[in-house]
Design a protein around this ligand. Sequence first.
Ligand code: NAG
Ligand code: NAG
Length: 422
Amino acid sequence: MGKVKQILIMIFIVLAVSGASNVDQLHKWRKSMSSGASSSSGVSRVGSSVIFQLYGNVYPNGFYFVQVFVGHPPRPYFLDPDTGSDLTWLQCDAPCVHCTKGFHPLYRPTNDLVVCRDPLCASLHSSDYRCDDNPEQCDYMVEYADGGSSLGVLVNDLFTLNLTSGVRIFPRLTLGCGYDQLPGVSDHPLDGVLGLGKGKSSIVSQLSDQRVVKNVVGQCLSGKGGYLFLGEDVYDSSRITWTPMSRDHTKHYAAGSAEFFFDGKSTGIKNLNVIFDSGSSYTYFNSQIYHSLISSIKKGLSRKLREATDDRTLPFCWKREKPFESIRDVNKYFKPLALRFPNGRKAKPQFEIPPEAYLIISSKGNACLGILNGTDIGLDNLNMIGDISMQNKMLIYDNEKQAIGWTAANCDQPPSSNRATL
Ligand SMILES: *[C@@H]1O[C@H](CO)[C@@H](O)[C@H](O)[C@H]1NC(C)=O
Ligand SMILES: *[C@@H]1O[C@H](CO)[C@@H](O)[C@H](O)[C@H]1NC(C)=O
């Protein structure tokens, strides 16, 4: 796939970093390095939300990020919001063994360690994980599908969050102090990951356990950024298209059994497992649907376009006599795609993917296909909707109702309900 810049932070496998290895010394916590701070807001405010502005784009950046304030006094960090994984972690001076270059100085952790017996620690390890070797701390390791990983220790620290009610709160939350990172293919210069998955350690689960917000994550991506929210008071549920969240996937936000449509017509490809992963820039379809898509595109291609084999931005690019200037130009030449989901009713919820949500304009002015072959990266039974196809939609993962919802939206205009301060 050449220079494909993909952020494939998903399928995260948490390995038991159990003791008895020769790197054990590194895992030992250095209390002398840290300064403490602790106090919890303890205030119950369910009904409010937290909104973060998103920065970045699918191309050329290849990633989106949010600014999050952590510590006491609060310091800013740029984090990769990832609905495909749970743990939030920062590159951390514990001291750091391997850190990649981030925007900000490394996080200096508190000495507020999460003990091994903590349920959040257990949720990141397999059930046979033993706490005998190091009961006073919780080591973690998170691996991402792009080959990257983070290894570290869990700590508690204060986050600074603005609620849509106008109140600022300082909840004490668990995060990873990552002192040994391996960069993946998607080598982006961020300070860490904001874990938004459905597991117990995810930020939204923790905030919902503390009754700060409902266990709901939403995002709205555009070519210029967009916004992300935690909680449910920024949208009107009756205007959202909902489909049940599949329970077969414990790690991902998944909607099962979709049918694939090309240009308004069924392709006959049904029962697709679909996951939504904001940690991935591009969309991945398994080989069967990918093959069908490419032949459909080629069949329906305008005579004005030719394949641009000299453009290696992505595996398939097409050129027009006059280079494409704006992504809006592609709508004339390419057909819309759609996934139709079950919901038990006659009118099945449809997730539209217009050309703008599956093509990018490369630096050479060609239109390149931002849907990639999932079988190539081991996603055989899964189809993954990445950032590119989520653009210009509000997407909502409601863990309370176990539903995934979406609606067309202008993502450059953050919701203004309840005096949202951005
Ligand atoms: C909260 O809102 C204030 C005022 O708009 C802003 O200055 C501050 O940076 C925000 N804090 C966070 C953590 O987003
Ligand atoms: C997708 O990738 C798989 C594995 O690399 C390959 O066998 C298959 O031919 C590819 N499909 C298409 C349509 O390119």
